[in-house]
Design a protein around this ligand. Structure first.
Ligand code: SAH
Length: 225
């Protein structure tokens, strides 16, 4: 109980000190960031740092993004209640939980079976019913539930995967970090009359999108670039 209150205070501080001052102004997004218990998504040994202004390791060499980046991507996605949204890169399920809290029906794809299963169990335990976790190569999207009003990619891609743009609804938004393995820029791509209209948001640093439309995998060698 005392602990829950402490985490709530930390969430409030996160919103007031990290998010609002850096331009997150959508009150619905700020409210979702206040509601979702980020400490439940990180490894228990990291819970004390859950609301710090930085990414955290989540095991399997992957990371959960810093709160500001999650909020910035969510704000850019312009989610409305009832939207169908695809996330690529489930990780812990935290970003998916934020999207669902805004009233979206969320399909989220994770390539690592361990992470996918852990996220599925965590989201069920925390009561998120409107999130479907799919294990597979999300660089090809998830054709079974198209079209999507928004697609949020939380891993770094060398380019915009054509299948993801195709799976957007007319007027839909694709948010994706595009660049090399060290540095990327967050792209906001809107589908207007079937064409892409692109705006570059922030510089960012994500773990790689590994898949047929992303980076190749070199088993056992790690990332050499
Ligand atoms: N959004 C997550 C953090 C993402 S970390 C969260 O809120 O916790 C990036 C994730 O993308 C990693 O878990 C990684 O395994 C996954 N990933 C990388 N390439 C992928 C692909 N082609 N399809 C689906 N998931 C992928």
């Amino acid at each position: 109980m005392v602990e829950a209150e402490q985490f709530e205070r930390e969430r409030r501080a996160m919103v007031e000190r990290q998010l609002r001052p850096r331009g997150i102004s959508d009150e619905r997004v700020l409210e979702a960031m206040l509601r979702v218990p980020r400490h439940e998504f990180v490894h228990p040994s990291q819970a004390a740092f859950a609301y710090d202004d930085r990414p955290l390791p989540i095991g399997e060499s992957e990371t959960i993004s810093q709160p500001y980046i999650v909020a910035a991507m969510t704000q850019a996605a312009g989610i409305q209640p009832g939207d169908k949204v695809l996330e690529v890169g489930t990780g812990t399920g935290y970003q998916a939980a934020i999207l669902a809290t805004l009233g979206a029906k969320v399909y989220t794809v994770e390539r690592n079976p361990q992470l996918a299963q852990a996220a599925r169990e965590r989201l069920a335990r925390l009561g998120y019913a409107d999130i479907e976790v799919i294990c597979g190569d999300g660089s090809e999207g998830y054709p079974a539930a198209t079209p999507y009003q928004a697609i949020v990619v939380t891993a770094a891609s060398p380019r915009v995967p054509p299948p993801l743009f195709e799976q957007l609804a007319e007027g839909g938004r694709l948010i994706i970090p595009v660049g090399n393995l060290q540095h990327q820029e967050l792209h906001l791509i809107r589908k207007i009359a079937g064409r892409a209209s692109t705006r570059i948001l922030d510089a960012c640093q994500f773990v790689p999108l590994v898949g047929s439309q992303g980076w190749p995998e070199w088993p056992g060698k790690g990332w050499t670039q």
